[in-house]
Design a protein around this ligand. Structure first.
Ligand SMILES: Cc1cc2nc3c(=O)[nH]c(=O)nc-3n(C[C@H](O)[C@H](O)[C@H](O)COP(=O)(O)OP(=O)(O)OC[C@H]3O[C@@H](n4cnc5c(N)ncnc54)[C@H](O)[C@@H]3O)c2cc1C
Length: 412
């Protein structure tokens, strides 16, 4: 027989969207249970970018100073190298935000930080190794989830279930929702190369005939993303590791890449861009990647997931406290986040189709695009992409109603 518990809101998924929503709701005095199916937050080759808008949220929550004590790298510029020429694409140093840079921090450090602060609130409950298996329903309304935990099956009854369980969302499937596939012409192979230059404080893209490599400066090493045409990972592997190393070394401008010892050092990100048209049912809401998987262009997936969490907490704190979350309340979250989601995906798709696809299918040396020549001539133009990446469309701020401190610290 399954154990059961009741709460006001249960959140499935302890990723950036789920943890931020859980933190904000608990801080505002809402009882919340977050279920995370893994035993820890450790994931290699996940998004490690904390954007200026996320740090702005941390500032609004009074967490920023403490947060910036967690080891991170500061990235102030995005640059691209085309035919040996280095050009600056984005300059984050003029953003109207508290932090004028992107912080690179392992995602597990970020999530552990949020979890530790959230645990300070009496109403925050995090169940690790808690995997939601199915939705519970009563009279057409979602009333909770059935989960497996290390101590047995658990039924969690809640006024609201938030599905923040990522791009392969189980809940989405369980609820019968189907995402609209927007498509992507590429996949990404992630791997590390050692650092041989001085720290650059930049994200660097290198473009050559038919290929592109993005290198993220992690101080001790470069986190590298090789863009490949969609579905060609197997043929890349079939050509052999040595051919791959040679290709990488050439693109990265070094003698060899023998430090990539085996294919296990290379992780495939199957790029997916999709979104749900409707994000809710009575008693159920999807946010983050579960509502919209983003292309890796701009590295904005975490940012959007967190912004969804802030919007959800802003809109739903009061109805959750009243114990009366209506379908209208849930629709407001989707309405609020629809423009940022669609606008960001539209920009990503335009870059995928107009820049990346031609690069990956060209047999000629790439030329410097006119827009980059203009940005070199008028550096002020480098601020626009920085704004779109660093802040995004319609940034969210923690509203006073969701900020209320009746979450009461456990120690008080
Ligand atoms: C290889 C890779 C590299 C990326 N690089 C970047 C980057 O540089 N910058 C960037 O911004 N974004 C990047 N992304 C995307 C980014 O990681 C996501 O957009 C972001 O993490 C979405 O947050 P989320 O909370 O919505 O979902 P997720 O981070 O996917 O979190 C979902 C959580 O739910 C848990 N879960 C799933 N199912 C269940 C269940 N049934 N029960 C309980 N828990 C469950 C999962 O374990 C996971 O912890 C990358 C993604 C990948 C895969």
């Amino acid at each position: 027989m399954a154990q059961s518990l009741s709460t006001t809101c249960t959140i499935v998924g302890g990723g950036p969207a789920g943890m931020m929503t859980g933190y904000l709701l608990a801080r505002a005095g809402v009882d919340v249970v977050v279920l995370e199916r893994h035993a820890d937050f450790f994931r290699d080759f996940r998004g490690d970018t904390i954007h200026p808008s996320t740090m702005q949220v941390m500032f609004e929550l009074g967490l920023l100073d403490e947060f910036l004590c967690v080891p991170h790298q500061v990235v102030k510029y995005a640059e691209v190298e085309i035919g040996g020429e280095r050009l600056r694409v984005a300059d984050f140093t003029h953003l109207p935000t508290r932090c004028q840079f992107i912080a690179f921090m392992p995602q597990w450090d970020f999530l552990n930080f949020l979890a530790a602060r959230a645990r300070g609130f009496a109403g925050f409950h995090l169940i690790m190794e808690g995997e939601a298996r199915a939705l519970l329903r009563d009279d057409g309304r979602v009333t909770g989830v059935r989960a497996s935990t290390p101590t047995g099956d658990l039924e969690i009854l809640a006024h609201l279930v938030i599905g923040a369980d990522g791009r392969h969302s189980t809940l989405r499937e369980n609820a019968g929702f189907q995402a609209r596939d927007i498509g992507a012409p590429m996949d990404v192979l992630w791997f590390r190369l050692s650092h041989r230059e001085r720290e650059t404080q930049a994200v660097l893209g290198r473009v050559d005939v038919g290929q592109a490599l993005v290198m993220l400066d992690r101080r001790d090493y470069w986190q590298c993303a090789l863009l490949i045409a969609k579905g060609t990972c197997d043929s890349v592997k079939a050509r052999g590791l040595e051919a791959f190393r040679t290709r990488v070394a050439r693109l990265a401008g070094r003698d060899d890449a023998s430090e990539i010892r085996e294919w296990d050092d290379v992780k495939l990100l199957s790029v997916k861009v999709d979104r749900l048209e409707c994000w809710h049912q009575p008693g159920l809401l999807f946010i983050g990647d579960a509502a919209h998987a983003m292309s890796p262009i701009g590295g904005v997936g975490i940012n959007l997931a967190i912004q969804d969490g802030v919007a959800a907490a802003n809109i739903l704190t009061a109805p959750l406290k009243r114990g009366n979350v209506t379908v209208d309340d849930l629709a407001k979250v989707r309405r609020r986040r629809w423009l940022p989601t669609c606008a960001t995906q539209a920009m990503q798709v335009a870059i995928q189709n107009k820049v990346i696809y031609p690069v990956l299918h060209s047999e000629r040396a790439p030329a410097v695009p006119r827009v980059l020549k203009l940005a070199r001539r008028w550096p002020v133009l480098q601020r626009l992409p920085a704004r779109l990446i660093g802040i995004g469309v319609r940034p969210e701020h923690v509203r006073a109603s969701a900020r209320g401190d009746d979450g009461r610290l456990r120690s008080s």
